[in-house]
Design a protein around this ligand. Structure first.
Ligand code: AMP
Length: 542
């Protein structure tokens, strides 16, 4: 017997319709490429999303055709989120930090039909457009008068004149909720990038689960600043959860430096922010230098790479901001775990609470996790045994776009490539990427642990731990360090800093100082590149 409930499909268009009706006056504030601050509302975004849908119809775009964006976080990008997916097309967010050739390869692979880009990225478009075989329409996200003349890009139009000519009357189509809604290519550290192809259903369920109190705890009383880019896994689903809850949205545009982010938080009364550790490192540096404090910020979700404990402590103890450490990946839409405390943790000392907070957190409803040993047997949830992390759930890929790479699943589970432990309360702690773990004398050393200790040193801006060959131990860890501007620390002082903080054999054998650690397009440290950089390095005494 089937239930007797209305069989309404879960569609992204319902989010903006809801926000329009229930939070029409809710503000959307954007720092624009033009440098100014722009203000609009959910009502206006809804109206302009309908114009986007009409404008796409007039281009005769078919259902599931891909519309690419190369854009910062801002209101026009948000309109494309709803207008493109809501009208049945697939929003393809391209990462402008990739090499132009790679962007072109990805656009061809996705068979993008339309390219909407911020003027910042005009040089990229100029460099690649003649090789982008499938793109028929180029739209610059600007006013008509800002449209560059003689750009050499055929048929280039401004976004404002493009949607300005379209009606804001539009009946969002009803279709199968399993239809594709958006796509994002993974960073692709090896081989060609592969795409996760999200559906309306997966996006909606992810938005529901992400907003829950023990996940990101979002509400209409929040002012949300997603610093995490809208070109990286849909800004962790925040634009969708924001529309679902009616939270005020603040977009940083291209200005991601510490000063600009701090000023935006203060001027807009941001209560909740989201971003990768490197962004917060820059902002905390700016605040420290000027002895600044927050007046409204309550919590921040940090993920994308391990959040150093020193950062959690600084936010908590100095600035009174709760850090939600979260873990996920492109293939998971991306949310997998969020670290929120349980009742039993509340009476604990701050130091003991920190031991929980530094973990990546509990699986949110919808995400099943297990850790397995090399034979594929499930490891116990004892907080000690580490294993390869596998996940499954309705917003985790079943395969990559166009079946690239074959079947990625093992008995229905997606192997994440991460290694970690899970404790008896269900808290996951990531210790490494499987390819980054260091094996010394038959024992594993977590590169994240080694990095976290270095990051707690006041002179260290960034630290990356890699294994180097050792004649006796097979591999030994070394730490590559970027110093904070004007700060000093010697190799010996840094190594001595590890004393008493970890087991002796886990202390790195050497510290090398570098100008910069190579970062990938999504702000993650690229250890393959670092290893290449240090390929002539030899451990002292070997
Ligand atoms: P991406 O698909 O580019 O978002 O990268 C996903 C990968 O980033 C994961 O598989 C992890 O290796 C890493 N990652 C994400 N969040 C965290 C975190 N909180 N701690 C450690 N690693 C993380």
């Amino acid at each position: 017997m089937l239930g007797l409930m209305q069989n309404q499909q879960l569609l992204i268009s319902s989010l903006i319709e809801f926000a329009d009706r229930h939070h029409g006056e809710g503000e959307i504030v954007s720092r624009r490429v033009e440098g100014d601050i722009h203000r609009t509302s959910y009502r206006e975004i809804a109206s302009r999303s309908r114009k986007v849908a009409n404008a796409l119809d007039s281009l005769k775009l078919a259902f599931s055709d891909r519309v690419a964006t190369l854009a910062w976080n801002g209101y026009r990008h948000l309109e494309l989120y709803f207008g493109v997916s809501g009208s049945g097309r697939v929003l393809h967010t391209l990462n402008p930090r990739l090499h132009p050739e790679q962007i072109c390869w990805i656009a061809n692979h996705a068979e993008d039909q339309v390219m909407c880009f911020d003027l910042t990225f005009l040089p990229i478009i100029k460099a690649i457009h003649s090789n982008c075989k499938t793109i028929k329409h180029y739209v610059a996200l600007c006013n008509a008068d800002a449209l560059p003349k003689d750009s050499g890009i055929p048929g280039l139009v401004s976004y404002e004149s493009w949607i300005g000519a379209a009606s804001d009357q539009y009946d969002w189509p009803e279709f199968d909720e399993n239809s594709a809604s958006s796509m994002c290519y993974t960073s692709g550290t090896t081989g060609n990038p592969k795409a996760a192809l999200y559906s309306h259903r997966s996006t909606m369920l992810h938005a529901f689960a992400g907003a829950l109190p023990d996940a990101l705890n979002m509400s209409a009383r929040d002012t949300l600043l997603p610093v995490v880019p809208m070109f990286h896994v849909n800004a962790w689903g925040l634009p969708y959860s924001a529309a679902m809850t009616g939270a005020k949205l603040v977009f940083p545009g291209p200005a991601m430096d510490g000063k600009s982010i701090y000023e935006l938080i203060e001027s807009e009364g941001v209560t909740f922010a989201a971003g990768v550790p490197t962004v917060w490192q820059m902002m905390l540096g700016h605040m420290q230098a000027g002895d600044l404090r927050f007046s409204t910020l309550k919590r921040t979700v940090i993920g994308g790479s391990a959040c150093p404990p020193a950062m959690i402590t600084a936010f908590n103890d100095v600035y009174g901001v709760e850090v939600l450490h979260a873990w996920g990946m492109t293939e998971m839409s991306p949310l997998g775990t969020v670290c929120t405390l349980k009742n039993k943790h509340l009476p604990m000392s701050e130091q003991d609470k920190l031991k929980v907070r530094i973990k990546q957190g509990r699986g949110i409803f919808g995400v099943d996790m297990k850790i397995v040993d090399p034979e594929g047997r499930e490891c116990p949830w004892d907080g000690k045994t580490s294993g390869d992390l596998y996940v499954k759930g309705p917003w985790i890929i079943s395969e990559y776009f166009k079946g690239e790479g074959g079947n990625p699943l093992v008995d229905g589970w997606f192997p994440t490539g991460d290694v970690g432990t899970i404790d008896s309360d269900g808290y996951l702690q990531i210790t490494d990427r499987s390819k980054d773990v260091i094996k010394s004398g038959g024992e594993w050393i977590s590169s994240i642990d080694v990095e976290n200790i270095a990051m707690a040193h006041p002179a260290v801006a960034m630290a990356a731990c890699i294994g180097v060959k050792h004649p006796k131990w097979d591999e030994r860890p070394i730490i590559a360090v970027v110093k904070k501007p004007g700060a000093e620390v010697t190799r010996d002082a840094l190594i001595a800093f590890y004393d008493g903080k970890t087991a002796k054999w886990q202390i790195p054998d050497d510290a090398v100082f570098v100008e910069a650690i190579p970062l990938g397009g999504t702000g993650k440290m690229q250890k393959t590149k670092l290893r290449e950089m240090l390929k002539d390095y030899k451990l002292p005494g070997t």
